[in-house]
Design a protein around this ligand. Structure first.
Ligand code: TUI
Length: 311
């Protein structure tokens, strides 16, 4: 079995069937271009960025690589409409979406020839996306960092694979060749990784953030905010433990929780602020041991996956 010629490599015109997660505030042009140059699909996060910032990032990425790349549209962003239009104007080849249902943008994106890959946490949403014209989906398990659904990668991926005709990309809890090989065994045609790329040399997060990821062990992630309807997985820090206990013992109302976490991702990414920052990361952080170039990560992981699948 080969991991390097799949429906996803064909669809996207890339060498390795690996997407870099569209992590808000984190996934900017330097990281995206490095992943794309290495043969994966780098993704720039729209997050809730101003339109001028995203336009600049897209143009920077185009100047850094001639390979395909994508933009992630975070659907809860107040500027989602503007960012959705921008990717058309800038002729971005691939769009991934998160944190909502992108159906209303699909006709516009398909008309523009954009490959559309929604990130979904359930079979029901996956089916809706296929009907709406998605080219593939990312089935994202609860092991992922950031805003998450309930089902695990191991349970979600094969169920989504069985329910759809379009190819499925597995995400959540994958950080090495074993995770990639396992995803293929579940029927995925590609993988999306976020946490491993936090430790890429080209990832521009604060050194404190990288250190937290590289030093994390298996029990170092915690899910906060379930009671707000926006559960988020992050590294255990003084701040996230305070949020978790406030949620547990009722000393923080959901409104107070939302207020405390507003802007907290930026504080983690740019300032490495351990008092007020949310360091989003996946449950697989314990497997991420060193900072290295994205290209080395990708080549090593696919070599390992290929060896395992050919055993
Ligand atoms: O979107 C993510 N991960 C994220 S987004 C983010 S920024 C944020 N900040 C505050 C609150 C919420 C987000 C940080 N991490 N991953 C993809 C993902 N999408 N996970 C879950 C979903 C999802 C959830 C509901 C996708 C669709 C959906 O649809 C509900 C509906 O409208 O039917």
């Amino acid at each position: 079995m080969t991991t390097t010629k799949t429906k996803i490599t064909e669809l996207l015109g890339i060498k390795y069937p690996i997407l870099q997660g569209g992590m808000a505030w984190i996934a900017e042009s330097t990281l995206a271009a490095a992943v794309s140059d290495a043969g994966g699909l780098g993704i720039i996060a729209g997050g809730s960025a101003p339109i001028d910032y995203l336009r600049d990032q897209i143009r920077k990425c185009k100047s850094l690589t001639d390979k395909p790349f994508g933009v992630n549209i975070m659907l809860m962003s107040p500027n989602a409409d503007d960012l959705a239009q921008l990717v058309v104007e800038e002729k971005v080849p691939v769009v991934t979406t998160g944190a909502g249902n992108p159906s209303k943008y699909m006709p516009m994106w398909k008309e523009a020839g954009i490959k559309v890959i929604p990130v979904i946490p359930s079979v029901a949403l996956a089916k809706r996306m296929e009907r709406a014209g998605a080219d593939a989906v990312v089935a994202e398990g609860t092991e992922s960092g950031g805003h998450i659904g309930e089902n695990t990668t191991m349970c979600l991926v094969p169920q989504v694979v069985d329910a759809l005709e379009i190819p499925v990309i597995a995400a959540g809890g994958i950080a090495d060749g074993r995770g990639i090989a396992a995803s293929f065994m579940l029927g995925a045609e590609g993988v999306q990784l976020g946490t491993r790329f936090l430790a890429a040399e080209e990832c521009q997060i604060h050194p404190t953030y990288k250190e937290l990821v590289v030093d994390a062990k298996d029990t170092d992630s915690v899910v906060t905010g379930r009671y707000t309807g926006h559960p988020c997985r992050n590294v255990k820090t003084k701040f996230s433990k305070k949020l978790a206990s406030g949620e547990r013992d009722g000393s923080l109302t959901p409104d107070q929780f939302e207020e405390l976490t507003l802007g907290s991702l930026r504080k983690a990414v740019q300032e490495g602020n351990l008092e007020e920052g949310s360091f989003l990361c996946g449950a697989i952080a314990g497997l991420v041991k060193k900072v290295e170039p994205a290209k080395d990560m990708i080549e090593e992981m696919f070599k390992e996956a290929e060896e395992l699948l050919n055993k």
